[in-house]
Design a binder for this molecule. Structure first.
Ligand code: G6Q
Length: 559
């Protein structure tokens, strides 16, 4: 039953939070920590192998209590139940958002439109397992009888960012006898560079596309098919041994020439950016093996259960989501920096950019009213310590407030001398420096010349979370991703927006489809865009014609 909720800014908890924020101005982090020596142990939560220290946020116990009240007044509990019950919570697309079913054990039930989808999920997992074992063991042979030594995932957005991130994150566990590559950009350079040194006879393509209509993916898949067939003597039968598909669209997969027996399915209730643990993770399973993949699913599942069952006050994704709302809407922070102190997580910020910004970059509520508060912040980041020698300056001493999520592990997967102690010393030091800074008195006491004092002062009072785990395992990665998925959901519920649609990507796609024929036309097209777009199109066409005149096709082929 839909519960009627007042507009967000009319909720009692929202108003109380605004008042609480005014009081907080007088209570910087230095004072909060001095007043409460146990704060750094108290404002923490531990669940499913992850430890979150959120004590360095600009909050008091009262703030926390009000944030939890805000979650209750926003019916977060009801919305969580609706998600897990397979309700069509993606209202604008009239779909369920049931990614939690992707990691359900066989014994669980998740119902969509009256059907338990768990058996279907496990049937696909079993098919992925058989295929992965065959490729990894060398049983699966290419068209000329050679084993597969290179796998290229062709996909974009949700059909790329998760697979790339997971491959990089779990490389330590991967089969080093196979090279994994990811082609997403329609810029031909992406494909050309990926295939540069590869032998088609040993290459397998996974065409990953939920719809199997995405322009970039289909353009790359067609180029891949040409490259493969030409490289193997022109026989199109070779496609069957070198192409598999991950999709929901069997008709289009067949039309492309991929045997549907080599298609791995998923469903419309899996959003692209929530799909890395579906068949979209086929490249991940090929890389790390089915057992590790199942461990990753277990990590997701444990976080799902925690999210569904833990009281709001000790619920890690809910706390992270609420703190993000606080920083964004009350402290006015416009971005969040994600800073993993783990080289294997180098693609994690890019992955989170889609998860967070495509989900919560919305300006109207479910019922189409324009919001009068900020929604999703900009996510960005780089692995530490590299960022320290570049953009951290602005975080420490710039004029903007940038909350940081630091992610660190107690153990390195590649222990080497003192490296890990130095790495971890840095992450702890950064969170400490951001929170407590350095006062003018402290700077003066170091004998700093008076004129330099203002330059060396660190205001501090900059909020951060520190997320720690024992080591980066497949299971921990699953829990970490689910932590952010549910934190994003929590924020979307508070803001009363649809976190599962993405209409904002449509307009550019439609306009590009209109411009392609204008660029390719053999005669000068009539252009009806604005003067800027018209001029750019003309400039491109003129440049191309001049280039073509200088390099006629025959000459280019010889070159
Ligand atoms: C993700 C979005 C989007 C999508 C890509 C690829 O949530 O829907 O990033 O994943 O546009 O779509 P296809 O998988 O259909 O090619």
């Amino acid at each position: 039953m839909k519960k009627t909720i007042k507009p967000l800014t009319q909720l009692p908890a929202w108003k109380a939070l605004a008042a609480n924020h005014r009081q907080m101005e007088k209570r910087p982090l230095r004072k909060l920590f001095t007043d409460d020596p146990k704060r750094g142990e108290r404002l923490t939560v531990e669940a499913v192998g992850l430890y979150l220290d959120y004590s360095k946020n600009r909050i008091t116990d009262k703030t926390l209590q009000l944030l939890v009240q805000l979650a209750r007044e926003s019916n977060l509990g009801g919305r969580i139940d609706a998600m897990f019950h397979g309700d069509k919570i993606n209202l604008t697309e009239n779909r369920a958002a049931l990614h939690v079913a992707l990691r359900a054990p066989k014994s669980d039930m998740f119902i969509v439109d009256g059907e338990n989808v768990v058996p279907r999920v496990h049937a696909v997992l079993e098919k992925m397992t058989t295929f992965s074992n065959e490729v990894r063991s060398g049983k699966w042979k290419g068209y000329t009888g050679k084993r597969i030594t290179s796998v290229i995932n062709i996909g974009i957005g949700g059909s790329d960012l998760g697979p790339v991130m997971a491959y990089e994150a779990l490389k330590h566990y991967s089969d080093r006898g196979i090279t994994f590559l990811f082609v997403s950009n329609v810029d031909g350079t992406d494909f050309a560079e990926a295939t540069h040194d590869l032998d088609p006879a040993e290459t397998l393509f996974i065409v990953s596309s939920k719809t199997f209509t995405t322009l970039e993916t289909m353009t790359n898949a067609e180029s891949a098919r040409d490259w493969l067939v030409n490289g193997l003597g022109g026989d199109r039968k070779a496609v069957a041994r070198h192409f598999v598909a991950v999709s929901t669209n069997e008709t289009r997969v067949s039309a492309f020439g991929i045997d549907p027996t080599n298609m791995f399915g998923f469903w419309d209730w899996v959003g692209g950016r929530y799909s890395m643990d579906s068949a979209i993770g086929l490249s991940t399973m090929l890389a790390i093996g089915p057992e590790h993949f199942h461990e990753m699913l277990k990590g997701f599942r444990e976080m799902d259960e925690h999210f569904r069952n833990a009281p709001f006050e000790v619920n890690m994704p809910i706390l992270m989501g609420l703190l993000s709302v606080w920083n964004n809407d009350f402290l006015g922070a416009q971005t969040v920096a994600v800073l993993p102190y783990e080289q294997y997580l180098k693609r994690f910020p890019a992955y989170l950019q889609q998860l967070t910004m495509e989900s919560n970059g919305k300006h109207v509520t479910f019922d189409g009213r324009e919001v009068d508060y900020q929604t999703g912040p900009v996510y960005w980041g780089e692995p530490g310590t590299n960022g320290q020698h570049s953009f951290y300056q602005l975080i420490h001493q710039g004029t903007r407030l940038i909350p940081c999520d630091f992610i660190a592990f107690a153990h390195s997967l590649t222990p080497m001398g003192r490296h890990h102690d130095i790495l971890l010393a840095n992450v702890f030091a950064q969170a400490e420096a951001l929170a407590f800074g350095k006062t003018p008195a402290e700077v003066k006491a170091e004998g700093t010349p008076t004129a330099l004092v203002p330059h060396k002062v660190f205001e501090g009072n900059r909020p951060s979370n520190v997320i720690m785990a024992d080591r980066l395992t497949p299971k921990v990665l699953g829990s970490l991703v689910a932590l952010y998925e549910h934190s994003v959901f929590t924020q979307g519920v508070i803001w009363n927006i649809d976190s599962f649609d993405q209409w904002g990507v449509e307009l550019g796609k439609v306009l590009a489809q209109k411009i392609v024929p204008e660029l390719e036309a053999s005669t000068t097209p009539t252009l009806a865009h604005d003067s800027s777009t018209n001029a750019l199109i003309r400039r491109y066409r003129n440049g191309n014609k001049a280039h073509a005149a200088r390099h006629p096709p025959t000459k280019r082929r010889q070159g």
